[in-house]
Design a protein. Structure first.
Length: 316
């Protein structure tokens, strides 16, 4: 889901899984089995296959959101890791300069204080800032992509309400036709209704906060901030409700239901929501939660990578 309206990355295993999922791309001969010329000649066709596959991924709104989400948190995690490493390198360099300053005459201390930062660390810090800024751009693109989300939620709400209405069924008994009302909606239907209402509120508050931040509607900054927090809290409510529903489903399902396919689907849904849960709490705290950016990116990468892998396989 989302990083929500408050403004508020790629690991090696994810890259390996996605690369393994490119079933439509023709295999590239390895240098040990084919001359380098054949390998280079295959590059354009492989690039075309990858581009065509990626195009299929972004042809739907949900698919585009999955791709943008994966890239957004890939850049966020990469930028946070680079920033941490570069700042540590700069800190160590500064500590060495200070140690040298105490060992040299006072006249040379001025020269040391103006010494340039290590070029590698400075470049990494600049790249980290670029990646984090790009992550912010992609986050905003996802928010724009979600502006139409209320339409899908509206039809989802209609389907749930339709299941709750009593249905009349004709049944023959002793030559006559009787009209019988269907049983009342089960607890699962009411629970689903509560979940979709929280998603509708999430979407409404996010849209208002985003449009207000772009001056499309007149909202005070305090109101926009309040709507942003309410948006994330509604999403968080949905996530924790979904975790509860999945746990109840697992407890109530018998051995005949718990097949390998069922377990795979259940685990996928549960652990992805479990990864989002602490992030919804983090983003729900005014002024920002206690989680560092690197941990935020790492947690968000788990469901984002899973969604991207699923999408890649579905569009193969």
């Amino acid at each position: 889901m989302t990083d929500a309206a408050v403004d508020t990355a790629v690991d090696v295993s994810a890259s390996t899984e996605i690369a393994a999922a490119i079933d439509s791309a023709p295999s590239v001969p390895t240098p040990s089995k084919a001359p380098i010329g054949a390998v280079l000649a295959a590059v354009p066709s492989n690039a075309d296959a990858f581009a065509a596959h990626l195009l299929r991924c972004i042809q739907t709104r949900a698919g585009a959101d999955a791709v943008l989400q994966f890239l957004c948190y890939s850049f966020k995690l990469s930028g946070s890791v680079l920033e941490t490493l570069s700042r540590n390198a700069l800190r160590q360099s500064a500590q060495k300069l200070v140690a040298m300053a105490f060992q040299l005459p006072p006249a040379t201390t001025v020269v040391l204080s103006s010494a340039p930062a290590p070029p590698g660390a400075a470049f990494a810090l600049s790249l980290a800032n670029n990646l984090k800024a790009l992550s912010g751009v992609l986050s905003e693109a996802r928010t724009i992509n979600r502006l139409w989300g209320l339409l899908g939620l509206y039809f989802g709400l209609k389907r749930i309400v339709a299941r709750m209405r009593p249905k009349k069924v004709e049944s023959e008994k002793e030559g006559s036709v009787a009209v019988v009302e269907a049983a009342a909606a089960p607890f699962e239907t009411v629970f689903s209704l509560a979940q979709i209402v929280t998603l509708i509120l999430f979407q409404v508050f996010e849209n208002l906060a985003f449009l207000g931040s772009k001056k499309a509607i007149d909202l005070k900054p305090a109101t926009m901030g309040k709507f942003g927090l309410l948006s994330v809290r509604c999403w968080g409510t949905y996530v924790f409700m979904e975790l509860s529903r999945l746990l109840v489903e697992r407890a109530r399902s018998g051995p005949e239901v718990k097949t390998a396919a069922w377990a795979k689907t259940w685990n996928k849904s549960f652990f992805r929501n479990l990864a989002w849960a602490p992030l919804t709490v983090h983003w729900s705290i005014p002024g920002g939660g206690p989680l560092p950016d690197a941990l935020v990116g790492l947690l968000a990468m788990y469901p984002s990578t899973g969604q991207m892998v699923d999408l890649w396989r579905e569009t193969a």
